[in-house]
Design a protein around this ligand. Structure first.
Ligand code: SF4
Length: 295
């Protein structure tokens, strides 16, 4: 059995930065709270809880002097204002690439473009972007883009983890219904690289495993892309979910992971597979344990 791990699998730069900022902050302040889950990965959240971090959904329970981490997804200016009014110490771990989307959306609005955000309206990043503009429109499906009225002007930004194919399809459609269209492709390169690698690797191996939180938007997209190329694709959060029957007759396994999946979780899966196929009893073809990162 050959095991191939995509080169960019796991934490992206922005998530790594946010986790490091959180860990450093915890060393200085025991009363550190994170607004929402720092990252969409249950197991990493558990690790951070053990280090002393608490996670809160609303701001009501915050007290003056509390330290609050803003996660990489960012928040709206209203949230920042409220945190300041409460007298909290803010550690802003918003990814600079997400901040760039805020800037671009505001620029479009200043230039007089109604602003459309392509992305999931329930995702914290999209909620944060929308909070920077007065009357945001949001579309997450082609049907929603189709339903938009004909317009003379429109500015577009997108969720950094948007599916590239959806973005292309949406922009092609909008070009036919908007006279003056100004588009910023704000898909993060960390996302597009992972999506490209997932597609390529899924086409080369017998079985694909996509590791990451079931609530992680970018992991789910990697899974959808992989599944469209290779029906034997499985989205797992940890090694415990792996089923031996997935690999019947397979000779190769491809692995990728979302931008919020820590390296230690990927390593656990690779090590579990290497043990599982020791002796090659499932494939009957012996073992080739190439758990290195190659693509
Ligand atoms: S995917 Fe890109 S934009 Fe999002 S946190 Fe990572 S580096 Fe930042």
């Amino acid at each position: 059995m050959e095991i191939k791990v995509a080169r960019s699998a796991g934490f992206c730069w922005g998530v790594k930065r946010a986790v490091n900022m959180a860990v450093e902050t915890l060393k200085e302040s025991k009363n550190t709270r994170c607004l929402g889950e720092l990252i969409h990965n249950k197991r990493e959240i558990e690790r951070l809880k053990k280090l002393g971090m608490s996670f809160i959904e609303g701001m009501d329970e915050l007290k003056e002097g509390d330290t609050v981490i803003i996660r990489s997804h960012g928040v709206s200016p209203k949230v920042i204002k409220k945190l300041k009014e409460k007298g909290t110490h803010i550690v802003d771990a918003t990814c600079p690439f997400v901040k760039d989307v805020h800037e671009k959306a505001m620029k479009l609005e200043r230039e007089g473009y109604p602003v459309l955000i392509l992305g999931n309206p329930d995702h914290p990043e999209v909620i944060g972007i929308a909070g920077h503009i007065k009357e945001p429109m949001i579309a997450s499906t082609i049907e929603e883009v189709e339903a938009l009225p004909k317009m003379t002007k429109l500015g577009v930004v997108c969720q950094t983890t948007l599916n590239l194919n959806f973005f292309k399809e949406a922009i092609a459609l909008l070009s036919s219904k908007v006279k003056e269209l100004k588009v910023y492709n704000t898909i993060c390169s960390a996302t597009s690289i992972r999506q490209k690698e997932a597609k390529e690797l899924a086409g080369k191996v017998d079985v694909m495993l996509i590791i990451g939180g079931k609530n992680s938007s970018n992991t789910t997209k990697l899974y959808q892309i992989s599944k469209s190329v290779n029906p034997r694709s499985y989205h797992i959060e940890s090694k415990e979910e792996i089923k031996e029957e997935w690999f019947r007759g397979a000779r190769s396994i491809g692995i990728t992971a979302g931008a919020s999946t820590p390296k230690w979780v990927i390593d656990e899966v690779v090590s579990h597979l290497s043990t599982l196929f020791k002796g090659g009893e499932l494939s009957g073809r012996g073992v080739c344990q190439t758990a290195g990162r190659e693509l």
